[in-house]
Design a protein around this ligand. Structure first.
Ligand code: GLV
Ligand code: MN
Ligand code: MN
Length: 431
């Protein structure tokens, strides 16, 4: 932040808000587990440092901070005007973990924009008939552990102690990592909100796709978040000598995996009209030597579509094809699902809140779906979800080239303030 004077009540222009958002994102973008690029995995030392910065910024914005059992940083502001919902809270959140070799905007932009919006509400003296909690989640990307959305699932009350027993590649369990982070994994129940305590959940996120840029618009209202399923796949063949094993007698786990992956891609291409996409992003080949026929392949699979049925149909087709290929090649195949999020519709009144914030800026309102997954997938089990997208350059994300214009970030802060004011009208009376 161009260090904001905590006592100042001077409102800021969208341009100033954008410059401030950008400067905070530069700070978070420099906090990495790897000095050569941005990688900030859940519960890593860099996640801890980023959480500390976010907590400081929340306090500067006038929020009371705490950290829950899953490492989510929470900044709370109490209602400033009376009413039937004065004891309830509007949640605003996104995540501060990243993928490997990430960009600086995915998730973090939403956290920073949430903090600046609440700061701006305080500076403008806007009275709110409900409290606000700004949340900086940790496990949105699901890259370190074979889990995803743990922190947002915890606030929705949908995680169990068994989920914390999953381990990363180094054998460190979520439970152990939480303790090292300074959290108490035995208090997961306390992380859950009461359904009656919450009015809704708003998230601002970069689009991670090209639609807004193509339409020459800085902001858009999300109508739904695509459902997704993630799998651990294992193909087991038999190791053999690369020089002496005849091609027809091999049980090559990698050749079989490659054929399965070809089918996965074919099914996804055929489902284009449903925005079906399927990705194999991780591959481990064992024993992994130049002169040994591969005995085992572990690979990941992520399948998404705009609605649930085409995704479920594609998964069934992939399973059948994999079984046939495995039988023909005399290998074994296991495809185990470890995460499933249904398509998440965004609530109409929260869409309207963001639309009103955009209209107040004199901009047209474009509505679009999200192909990327978000914490809203988990939060939908607690409360209504609304999302605002911010244009990002070239639609590029999960890539160090990720970029959003500071002015667009400033407009997003302003649109979030507008949405909160709209909801203050909506929830101010009896609801
Ligand atoms: C999160 O970024 C996801 O959609 O995988
Ligand atoms: Mn994200
Ligand atoms: Mn992401």
């Amino acid at each position: 932040m161009s260090p904001p004077d905590p006592n100042s009540l001077e409102p800021s222009s969208p341009h100033e808000l954008g410059v401030r958002a950008q400067s905070l994102l530069v700070v978070l973008g420099s906090i990495s587990d790897d000095p050569t690029h941005l990688t900030r995995l859940y519960l890593s030392p860099s996640h801890r440092r980023a959480a500390d910065f976010v907590g400081d910024w929340m306090r500067t914005a006038g929020l009371k901070t705490s950290m829950d059992a899953l490492g989510t940083v929470r900044g709370s502001l109490d209602a400033t005007s009376p009413g039937p919902n004065a004891g309830r809270r509007l949640l605003i959140g996104s995540h501060i973990d990243t993928v490997t070799n990430a960009g600086s905007y995915d998730g973090t932009a939403g956290v920073v924009i949430g903090i600046l919006a609440v700061d701006e509400i305080r500076r403008r003296g806007i009275k709110l008939p409900f409290g606000i909690d700004v949340l900086a989640f940790g496990d949105e990307e699901g890259v370190r552990f074979p889990t995803t959305l743990l922190s947002s699932s915890a606030i929705a009350g949908t995680i169990t102690a068994e989920m914390l027993l999953k381990s990363d590649r180094d054998g460190v369990s979520v439970r152990k990592a939480l303790m090292d982070f300074g959290c108490d994994p035995d208090k997961i129940d306390e992380a859950a909100y009461d359904r009656d305590e919450v009015l809704g959940y708003l998230e601002v996120h970069i689009e991670q796709g090209p639609v807004l840029e193509h339409e020459k618009l800085p902001l858009g209202v999300v109508t739904s978040i695509a459902g997704q399923t993630r799998f651990k796949c294992i193909v087991l063949g038999e190791a053999g000598h690369a020089g002496t094993s005849p091609m027809g007698l091999r049980r090559d786990a990698l050749a079989a995996s490659a054929e399965i992956m070809g089918e996965i891609e074919r099914f996804a291409r055929e489902g284009r009209e449903h925005s079906l996409v399927a990705t194999v992003g991780q591959l481990i080949v064992s024993p992994g030597a130049v002169n040994v026929v591969p005995a085992r392949v572990d690979f990941s699979l992520d399948v998404r579509a705009a609605t649930d049925q085409p995704r479920l149909d594609a998964i069934a087709a992939i399973r059948t094809a994999a079984r046939e290929i495995a039988e023909r090649r005399h290998v074994a195949v296991m495809i185990e699902s470890y995460h499933e999020s249904q398509t998440t519709p965004c609530a109409t009144h929260l869409q309207d809140g963001f639309a009103s914030g955009i209209e107040r800026l004199g901009l047209p309102v474009l509505r679009l779906t999200s192909g990327a997954g978000h914490d809203g997938h988990a939060v939908q089990h607690l409360t209504d979800v609304g999302m605002l997208f911010v244009r990002c350059r070239g639609g590029i994300s999960h890539n160090p080239k990720e970029f959003a214009e500071p002015d667009d970030l400033g407009l997003a802060v302003e649109a979030l303030v507008g949405a909160i004011e709209h909801l203050a009208g909506h929830f101010g009376g009896d609801s």
